[in-house]
Design a protein around this ligand. Structure first.
Ligand SMILES: Cc1cc2nc3c(=O)[nH]c(=O)nc-3n(C[C@H](O)[C@H](O)[C@H](O)COP(=O)(O)OP(=O)(O)OC[C@H]3O[C@@H](n4cnc5c(N)ncnc54)[C@H](O)[C@@H]3O)c2cc1C
Length: 157
């Protein structure tokens, strides 16, 4: 826990901060648990749509895409005419997939952060290629290579 001895910021005083944490623990028990890397991949493979986060001229954009998992990589198809397609030449992205139960207020989310680029390797068999639900010619295959994989599950109280 980060603490400070500066008496001008009373709410950060060690004793007070510890007190607040204890009260929070008591009244709002944490039901958030970490998901292992292997299970992150299992959950990734269980859904058809994920959200890719990327920057366009410094502005963040998040868009849904249909994807498949190829080993540890994520593949999706898009059009070179979209902002999405134009932004995928190289660089860094985050890819998120989640699911939740509104009634039980529970759910999970998995996050894959890494590099991105066009893929022309034909490494994936035709039947295993990503099939976009969105209409139009989306012949650009994009490969995400995750460097960091994390996940959290929120259990119902
Ligand atoms: C369930 C689902 C699955 C999809 N799967 C794929 C896929 O696999 N491959 C694929 O290429 N596309 C997919 N799409 C569409 C994709 O999310 C983008 O909408 C699309 O690539 C943008 O194309 P565009 O030419 O309309 O917009 P662009 O000209 O590229 O974008 C212009 C602007 O429009 C807005 N915009 C664009 N798309 C969205 C959006 N989805 N939601 C909110 N605002 C938006 C943004 O402000 C963006 O800056 C999917 C969409 C949905 C809902």
């Amino acid at each position: 826990m980060e603490t400070t001895t500066n008496s001008n910021v009373g709410w950060l005083h060690p004793t007070r901060a510890e007190e607040v944490e204890m009260i929070s623990d008591r009244w709002f028990p944490s039901h958030v648990t970490e998901i292992s890397t292997q299970e992150c991949y299992e959950l990734l493979a269980s859904r058809p749509v994920g959200r890719i986060a990327f920057l366009v001229d410094g502005d963040p954009l998040v868009l849904p895409v249909n994807y498949v998992v190829d080993g540890h990589d994520i593949l999706f198809r898009t059009s070179p005419r979209t902002e999405l397609g134009r932004s995928m030449t190289r660089g860094r992205v985050a890819f998120e997939v989640d699911d939740f139960d509104e009634f039980n207020q529970s759910g999970w989310s998995v996050l894959f952060q890494g590099s991105v680029g066009y893929d022309d390797s034909d490494a994936v068999e035709p039947g295993d290629r990503p099939e976009p639900w969105a209409e139009g010619v989306r012949n650009l295959v994009v490969r995400i290579r995750p460097r960091l994989v994390t996940g959290r599950r929120l259990l119902s109280a």
